[in-house]
Design a binder for this molecule. Sequence first.
Ligand SMILES: C[S@@+](CC[C@H](N)C(=O)[O-])C[C@H]1O[C@@H](n2cnc3c(N)ncnc32)[C@H](O)[C@@H]1O
Length: 266
Amino acid sequence: MRDPLRRAVHRGLELTGLIGPLHRRQERELVRSFASEAVDDQRPMPPAELIVLVAGASGHAWFSERGRADAERFLALAAKHGLTGPLDVWDLGCGCGRIARWAAPEVIAGGGTFHGSDINRRLLDWCAGALPGTYFVNRLTPPVKLAPASIDLVYAYSVLTHLREKGTRAWLAETARTLRPGGIALLTFHDEDYARAWGPAEVPPLLAAQDYVVWNDALEGSNYLSAWTSRAYFTQMAQEHFEVLEIIPGQTDTAVQATAVLKRRA
Ligand SMILES: C[S@@+](CC[C@H](N)C(=O)[O-])C[C@H]1O[C@@H](n2cnc3c(N)ncnc32)[C@H](O)[C@@H]1O
């Protein structure tokens, strides 16, 4: 009884809009419990309240190590699929630079350009003041101010995972628009493996019956809402705009989301 009742109360808060202040209060509590660790990774470190906005109470060491691992993984995937030399790169939903802290210096040192965008100005202001590259606010839905066919590599880690299906489809189209022919998009999502390992218990059965599951359907674009879809359905959506090169399943041991490796058709 308790769970259906709790869900009903939650739904009431979502429908009345009261979930917003409640979610922000929970974030403030996470900031108070955030374990500040001394991490010296030779890069500017954002304050705890910004890390909590993008990654909950994960801690400085996690933020540093996982940011570095994701940056290395993304740049290696791009190289594996033919992107070498100076690259124009866009980090969609860059948050407070978890990946940009590592990727931006490397891309710029290689003669390329680095752009980060997000819907949250506080996060971007920190990036713009602390990291190399250019940073701009975008709206929850496209377009962005990048020119068509101006980008070689776009990546978005855990961004589509906070959007309804319409939003995910819109950003698939927009990332394809900004890429040069042959350009690569690396877009992460919550697949069925990730759902079984890390999702709420209710999500896997829902996902077996629905193509796209929205959990906590309010505050789109925030970490409150989470979206879940199978690798097969993500492939189907992506194929409308891209050649699908690889779909790397979500990892069950380290909570790395599934990654779609997509190529803009020539
Ligand atoms: C879970 S955080 C991940 C941040 C960053 N990519 C990382 O891996 O640390 C999700 C981020 O996506 C941003 N976001 C959500 N919807 C967005 C949208 N439509 N366009 C751009 N950013 C968005 C949020 O503001 C937040 O910074």
